[in-house]
Write a protein that binds this ligand. Structure first.
Ligand SMILES: *Cc1c(COP(=O)(O)O)cnc(C)c1O
Length: 456
């Protein structure tokens, strides 16, 4: 054994204590760490030939790289839609690496059982019936991709072909319809050979990001054949929701696969005032929900639900002499693009075991309250203007000079916001999805924004 490696094996417990103490310090300072940090100019070093051992590597990391890391796990990083990691989720993450299970098969471990228990918990959290099976993937992009891959196989079945066997050319004309699809839907269509340009956008309801259901019905009626409909449950600009009830009722009249992108909007199910937005979620054929956003587990985690596991197996089965064939309850490498993978469910298992439905409901409600407060105070801030009502946890607004304001807020270290364009207007978004965030944080960001606007 290499000397350094042997020494680390001997000193393993001390090493973990050092890493734990360092992590505790980082977490303790998270509230005051700048939300965003301009990337430092760190020159890349050549590959070490003789290593330095883990303790020294930790020192080097602390000195060279850690100072340039953002406070994205903290309470005032409001860019994109970004969650942090709850204490229990972080414990789960450490133990994921500690046990290092390859969570795909039941041949050697009960890790898959833990994953399936977690799927069951998430199914109840989102109010889904047992008709939905679920699988963990790395993020919502991959969840959308898997959902559309199964939908693509379903389209083939309607036309009497198997895309998994014959290839996407066998499909002929493809119709994928959506109102305000997330950018990852286009990426998924590119990866799946459906083609980015094949997405047919359907008109939106007036002054909304939700699809005009009458226009969707007209589009379906004019097709005369099967289609995929991507419904959106929580758009990134204004957190608008397609009318899932009305769309699912169209299934009785027209043949289509209903995929719902509920990456973070799915968590509306936890809020008494908003759960009506997702009560029809169960009617979907496939559903995407991100977990590293509003469940507040570390990256990379999302779940993919579907009512059609048979078609999922057609697409993703991985046959080899040493693997279990995909019958009955298929092993997990028959269900998603990955074969080997970490026990991605453990972080979600820990946070749900630790805080339960009530704990996670409290996070969601508190984030919504913070977004409301931010929106209310913004409405009185000179130079800022709301572009849409605050529907859930994202505030979409504009100012005179968007880039200068974003930069000034980021420089202050107080907060990080990201830009967008809404209805042709350059805009800013503040997304509240971190378990640490309070209404006081919303106030601090308003103060920072007020200063930036006054200075500009
Ligand atoms: C974030 C998001 C995605 C993509 O999620 P990743 O985890 O970044 O892959 C897809 N759809 C919606 C609505 C999102 O908010």
């Amino acid at each position: 054994m290499d000397n350094r490696l042997a020494a680390d094996l001997d000193g393993f417990p001390d090493l973990l204590t050092a890493a734990r103490d360092y992590a505790a310090g980082v977490l303790d300072g998270l509230g005051e760490r700048p939300a965003a940090v301009p990337p430092a100019d760190v020159a890349a070093q050549p590959l070490p030939v003789a290593g330095v051992g883990a303790a020294q590597a930790l020192e080097i990391f602390r000195e060279r790289w850690a100072p340039g890391f953002s406070g994205s796990a903290g309470p005032r990083y409001l860019g994109f839609v970004t969650g942090g990691a709850t204490p229990a989720a972080l414990v789960g993450d450490w133990l994921t690496g500690t046990f290092d299970q390859n969570a795909v098969t039941r041949q050697d471990s009960s890790a898959v059982g833990l994953e399936l228990e977690t799927v069951g918990w998430l199914r109840s959290l989102f109010g889904l019936s047992e008709a939905h099976s679920g699988t963990f993937v790395t993020g919502a992009t991959m969840s959308n991709t898997v959902g559309l891959a199964i939908g693509r196989e379903w389209l083939g079945a309607q036309k009497g072909v198997s895309v998994a066997r014959q290839g996407v050319a066998a499909l002929g004309d493809i119709a994928v319809l959506s109102g305000s699809p997330h950018s990852s839907i286009y990426k998924a269509m590119s990866m799946l050979g459906l083609g980015r340009d094949q997405l047919r956008t359907v008109p939106l309801a007036p002054d909304r990001e939700a699809v005009d259901v009458a226009a969707l019905e007209a589009a379906l009626a004019s097709l005369g054949g099967p289609a995929i409909v991507v419904a959106n449950a929580g758009t990134v600009n204004t957190v608008d929701f397609d009318d899932l009830n009305a769309i699912s009722r169209l299934k009785a009249k027209y043949p289509f696969w209903l995929h719902v992108d509920a990456a973070f909007g799915g968590f509306a199910a936890l809020s008494a005032a908003h759960k009506h937005l997702v009560t029809a979620l169960d009617a979907a054929d496939s559903i995407c929900v991100d977990l590293h956003k509003w469940l507040n587990v570390p990256y990379d985690a999302a779940i993919q639900f579907t009512r059609h596991r048979d078609l999922q197996v057609n697409v993703f089965q991985n046959a080899a002499a040493y693997l279990t064939p995909p019958s009955g309850d298929p092993d997990l490498f028959h269900l998603t693009p990955e074969n080997s993978r970490r026990l991605r469910a453990l972080t979600a298992w820990f946070t749900l075991a630790a805080y339960g439905l009530d704990g996670h409901r409290e996070i969601v409600e508190r984030n919504i309250a913070a977004a409301r407060r931010f929106g209310d105070r913004l409405a009185t801030l000179p130079g800022a203007r709301l572009l849409a009502p605050v529907r859930l946890n994202v505030v979409c607004f504009t100012v005179d000079d968007v880039p200068a304001t974003l930069a000034a807020v980021a420089r202050s270290g107080e907060a990080f916001l990201t830009p967008t364009v809404y209805q042709g207007v350059p805009a800013l978004r503040a997304a509240f999805s971190n378990w640490r965030t309070t209404e006081d944080d919303a106030d601090r960001v308003i103060t920072a924004l007020g200063k930036a606007l006054a200075a500009g």
